[in-house]
Design a binder for this molecule. Structure first.
Ligand code: CS2
Ligand code: MN
Length: 355
């Protein structure tokens, strides 16, 4: 395992020089945020981003994400051209030696929350989700500037998109995912890029849109669609952990044994009701996910890929991009590497080697 940190490029209020000071962080997770969805990523702009990160003494280890165009998820005729463009982007990554791609296949919306600053008892704030509150969101004016979404949609565009998805149930979405993977994975494999699908967040349908990458069996189904090490998953502990039925350490163990975990996100959540949760600080004791057991499962199945602390709370008066402040994610990074050192040394001791 090696530790990485997400950075949103030149507009991120957190400078790379601060990221560089978090002990143990060697890799950066970033993307080209100004390329419209569906347009192929050229090698030059990606090389510029890579150069900027290297100038700060770090390395661009993961791209998160290259968004998948809605026409691909809808299975529309235009998808072939868009898939070609996606393949070109993957090839640009490969040419520059950027080896891991985190992406997702969620219709219309990326991660969704109903409260971006829920106050916790210690005075920090965290992202929260309540399915009842979701029902009260008015989409008739478009998506506005709600967070996490690769694309903002105006009212008419969103209405048309939601109407188009009425023809796409879960079974159809699976077909469209398979179609995409069958064409992109062989290209990724040749390019030396490992794909890592991010589970849906939250892991259930929202606004009547299907969501299919929600639990362990679904992740196993994804990796079975195309049998290649380039077709793997992002083990996002917080996304999966929002569903109490998901035994995240067990999921880590099964996918890890298949060697199909290509990226790991460490995040914790507390489930407070039916389809209701809020994010917490990273330690196991703070939420419902046993991060220690997850990291042990990763270690025991030989995980060597990147990991990052996922969403953090806002603490110490920091303001910034919800879920992506510096302080709490840096604390998360320290916690994750502490656990990793623990499980690594423990295993060495049991093997009879010197700790
Ligand atoms: C989120 C997502 O949970 C997360 O990591 O921040 O926005 C994530 O980056 C995408 O779903 C990956 O495609
Ligand atoms: Mn995640």
């Amino acid at each position: 395992m090696f530790l990485t940190f997400r950075w949103f490029g030149a507009t991120d209020p957190i400078p790379l020089s601060h990221v560089r000071q978090i002990p143990g962080v060697a890799g950066v997770v970033s993307a080209l945020y100004d390329v419209p969805v569906g347009v192929a990523w050229g090698r030059e702009p990606l090389a510029r981003l890579q150069g900027q990160i290297e100038a700060a003494g770090l390395r661009l280890a993961v791209v998160e994400s290259i968004p998948v165009h809605e026409e691909i998820k809808l299975g529309w005729p235009g998808r072939d051209r868009l898939i070609d463009n996606y393949c070109k982007s993957v090839c640009s990554m490969g040419e520059l030696g950027i080896g891991v791609l985190c992406w997702n296949f969620m219709p219309v919306f990326d991660w969704m929350r109903t409260d971006l600053a829920l106050r916790l008892p210690d005075g920090s704030t965290a992202l929260a989700y309540d399915h009842e509150a979701l029902g009260a969101i008015d989409l008739s004016r478009g998506t506005g500037d709600l967070p996490g979404w690769a694309t903002a949609y105006g009212a008419d565009e969103l209405r048309a998109l939601l109407a188009a998805y009425r023809a796409v149930d879960a079974a159809r979405l699976w077909d469209n995912l398979a179609y995409f993977l069958e064409r992109v994975v062989p290209v990724a494999e040749r390019a030396g890029v490992r794909m890592a699908i991010h589970p849906d967040d939250p892991p259930w349908p929202i606004f009547g849109l299907p969501r299919i990458v929600t639990d362990g069996p679904a992740l196993e189904r994804v990796v079975g669609l195309v049998d290649s090490p380039a077709n793997g998953v992002t083990l996002c502990t917080g996304s999966l952990g929002a569903l109490p039925e998901n035994d995240v350490p067990a999921i880590a163990r099964r996918l890890g044994a298949l060697h199909r975990i290509n990226f790991a996100h460490g995040r914790n959540v507390r489930v407070t009701g039916e389809r209701r949760f809020h994010e917490t600080a990273h330690p196991s004791a703070c939420g419902n996910v046993d991060l220690f057991a997850v990291l042990r499962a990763l270690h025991e199945t030989g995980y060597t890929g990147p990991m990052r602390s996922d969403h953090g709370r806002m603490i110490w008066g920091e303001t910034g991009r919800p879920g992506y402040g510096l302080h709490d994610r840096a604390l998360g990074a320290m916690y994750l590497q502490g656990l990793w050192e623990g499980v690594t040394r423990e295993a060495a001791t049991h093997a009879g080697a010197h700790p």
